[in-house]
Each structure stands twice: as C-alpha cells, then as structure tokens.
Write a protein that binds this ligand. Sequence first.
Ligand SMILES: Nc1nc2c(ncn2[C@@H]2O[C@H](COP(=O)(O)OP(=O)(O)OP(=O)(O)O)[C@@H](O)[C@H]2O)c(=O)[nH]1
Ligand SMILES: [Mg+2]
Length: 222
Amino acid sequence: MTDAPDERDFVEEGRKLFAGPCEFIWASSKVDNLPPMGPVEIAFAGRSNVGKSSLLNALTNRKALARVSNTPGRTQQLNFFALGAPPGSEKLRLVDLPGYGYAAVGREKVDAWTKLIHSYMRGRATLARVYVLVDGRHGLKDTDDEMFTLLDRSAMSYQVVLTKHDEVKKSDIDKRLSATADALRKHPAAHPEVLFTSSETGEGIPEFRAGVARLLAERGVA
Ligand SMILES: Nc1nc2c(ncn2[C@@H]2O[C@H](COP(=O)(O)OP(=O)(O)OP(=O)(O)O)[C@@H](O)[C@H]2O)c(=O)[nH]1
Ligand SMILES: [Mg+2]
C-alpha cells in the first residue's frame, strides 16, 4: 500500500526518480512534429540564458544532456528527455523549451518560437506543470509577466524558479524570493512557493526534485 502523501519522503523519492537513466528522445521545431503523448511531462520555460538547460543537467546529474551556451537563444527547439528510459518504462518526460524574450535573433524568429511554445502548451494533456525560470540576479521582467498571464489563461499550472543562486548576494536572496512571491499573488495558476536554485552549487536541487516527486504522486504516478 502507498503511504499517504504527508508521510512520504519526497526528497528521497525525488532523488531516486532523477537518478534513473535519462535520454534525449525527440526534438520539435514545428507544432505538427510533437512526440505522441506518453508519460507525464514537465517543461522548463523562461527568458533566454536564465539557465533552463543547465538546470535540466543539474537535476539529472549530467554535464551535457541538454546543451548549455553563453549565446542566448541556443535552444531553438522543444527538446524532450525521458527519465526512466528505455521507452516503455519512462516515468517522466522533461521538456527543454526555447527561451523567450530575446530580441537579437529577430522579431520574426521570436514570434515563431513563441507560437510553437504556446501551441505545445495548449494541446498537451500530459503536461503537468511548467517551471518558469527567472534569473535570480535580476528578478522578474515584463516578458515573464506576459508568460504568467498566458499560463493563467490556459489554466496551466506553473511554478517559478529563481536561478543562479550562487551569483546572488546572501543579503538579497530573501528579498528576491519575497518580491517574486508577492508579484505572483495576482496570478491564479501560479504555485505559491518560489524555488531558488543553483546549477553550479546544487542549491535547491533536492527541493526541486522533491516537488516533482510530489507532483507525480498527485497525478497518481507512484
Ligand atoms: N553561475 C551560474 N551560472 C549559470 C547557472 N545556470 C546557468 N548558468 C550560466 O548561464 C548561461 C546560460 O545557461 P543555459 O542553461 O544555456 O540557459 P538557457 O536558459 O537554456 O538558454 P537558452 O537555451 O538560450 O534559452 C551559461 O553560461 C550557464 O553556464 C547557475 O546556476 N549559476
Ligand atoms: Mg537552453
């Protein structure tokens, strides 16, 4: 029998979940080229360069599962990774989304990406939560707010993750967390808890994994 959620050790469950095999399974650059729906998915969204690909690597303990770059706009497709591969025994899919709000690649390209991300989210019943990453050194930007509004409208559950904890002064950490939580209060679909992670030091990574394990339990995936 499965323990009641409050009695379960989600930190340990999360550790185990992300310690399993993980492999790249699919890249989509067009809406009509998405992989068939399978296990529960979580997606990583956020402005270019906030550290989406790095967080994915840190969570799965890999150096280069997802491509990290100093050039904003590097991830130009939706990249799907299966946890608990081989196919058939996957428990969860991780989806690395292209960054938004980066103007230097040209308006047309940004619009195409945005459209792709939106259409993915709209039609995806297996998408359990979108993690919206925000650079912890800078806090929320207008484009993040636009993203939240869009997610609210699609009734898509999402949670904000502040990144690059290692680059933020200790005295600023709590301020940034509470300012972010305050701003989210007007967004109904936002998870009230804000995470703060570092892909360099591992700060916040066990908590992130635990949250995902809890989400799977809520979805009935033990
Ligand atoms: N210090 C520090 N740097 C980080 C952290 N996470 C990411 N970076 C750096 O931030 C830059 C962008 O990281 P990526 O993971 O490629 O960011 P992304 O959000 O996937 O970027 P796009 O794919 O272009 O949208 C790289 O130079 C990373 O090394 C972190 O936790 N701490
Ligand atoms: Mg990336």
